[in-house]
Design a protein around this ligand. Structure first.
Ligand code: IPM
Ligand code: MG
Length: 362
């Protein structure tokens, strides 16, 4: 029986529309092969939304997202919106979407593809075999804690304030997602905090340790965030699943991404306890190459695979997309960001065609 899915597309800014166009074609092809019917609706978010409506996340966009089965987001932001006040910047739209859909769990896999091992800045022996998952808390911590703002003190000096805070229930729900994730992988979970200095981290650590009793098959370890950053570049293979707070996860997931050589390859999933998830590449909108058919669409395509796996529960269709990506790389196809000697340089659209041909012939 045909499965119908309503997907909201948020192409956003910069290279967003180009990589989204490729991904929609791939999804259509996959739909034909797996009897899935996608109803796509586009909505405005980020800089394009600011230009059209004055807001980075118009209410109509949030409504459309809420009413869909999953949301596929490309990238937002660009220099023309960088000088707006914080509340009006494209990034605010992203935070509003995360909060508005209750997407507290952000899964960011970083896996070395053998085909791209030489694209990494690290030595082959350090990264060969890296396969880790960062589970980042996404709707709490210092990104959202109160009080926040720039205030004026009694002496007339300005004072900027953000607050890193977590309740036990917030720690509990991200902890459970992380333990479950580790269970599906190699049963090792490393919780990253700054419990030697921060009270919020002490609560985090205590609660993770409590939770571990419910998951005796998962081996829990703890690292301070500064040490975790060092270990990620020193010997990344020690990690399987990492769970951490919003800010630490933001930083560590960029470092983890670069282990793989190109941030242009990495997808992510943001999930709540109910309702649609948001699936997006880890990279940004790359305004410097926008509109030039140079972007690497593979992180967006792999985000669609994550959507199929984690959002729509269609693991076979997800597998098929991931295989197709490996096959086009095996055949020597590369975009500029992952180009190495002897490989064929393709544009964004041509990479899309290579994927479609591979899917056709499977
Ligand atoms: C990310 C980004 C965002 C974040 C920005 C764009 C708001 O860096 O998704 O990692 O800090 O969460
Ligand atoms: Mg980030």
């Amino acid at each position: 029986m045909t499965q119908h899915y309503r997907i909201t597309l948020l192409p956003g800014d910069g290279i967003g529309p180009e990589i989204m166009a490729v991904t929609v074609q791939v999804l259509k092809r996959i739909g034909e092969q797996f009897d899935l019917q996608f109803e796509f609706q586009e909505a405005l978010m980020g800089g394009v939304a600011i230009d059209a409506t004055g807001e980075p996340l118009p209410a109509a966009t949030l409504e459309a997202c809420r009413a869909s089965d999953a949301v596929l987001l490309a990238a937002i932001g660009g220099p023309q919106w960088d000088n707006l006040p914080t509340q009006q910047r494209p990034e605010r739209g992203l935070l509003g979407l995360r909060a508005g859909l209750g997407l507290f769990a952000n899964l960011r896999p970083a896996k070395i593809l053998p085909q791209l091992i030489d694209a990494s800045t690290l030595k082959r022996e350090v990264i060969d075999g890296v396969d880790l998952m960062v589970v980042r808390e996404l709707t709490g911590g210092i990104y959202f804690g109160q009080p926040k703002g720039i205030f004026t003190t009694e002496s007339g000096e300005k004072r900027g304030v953000n607050t890193m805070a977590y309740t036990e229930s917030e720690i509990d729900r991200i902890g459970r997602v992380a333990f479950e994730t580790a269970r599906k992988r190699s049963h090792r979970l490393c919780s990253v905090d700054k419990a030697n200095v921060l009270e919020v981290s002490q609560l985090w650590r205590t609660h993770m340790t409590e939770l571990a009793k419910e998951y005796p098959d998962v081996e829990l370890s703890h690292l301070y965030v500064d040490n975790a950053a060092m270990q990620l570049v020193r010997s990344p293979k020690q990690f399987d699943t990492i769970v951490t707070s919003n800010l630490f996860g933001d930083i560590l997931s960029d470092a983890a991404a670069m282990l793989t050589g190109s941030i242009g390859m990495l997808p992510s999933a943001s999930l709540g306890s109910t309702g649609p998830g948001v699936f997006e590449p880890v990279h940004g909108s790359a305004p410097d190459i926008a509109g030039q058919n140079k972007a690497n669409p593979l992180a967006q395509v792999l985000s669609a695979a994550m959507m199929l796996r984690y959002g729509l529960h269609q693991p076979q269709a997800a597998d098929r997309i991931e295989q197709a990506v490996l096959q086009v790389l095996d055949a020597g196809n590369r975009t500029g960001d992952i180009l190495s000697p002897g490989m064929t340089l393709l544009g964004c659209r041509e990479m899309g065609e290579a994927l479609l041909n591979t899917l056709q012939s499977q």
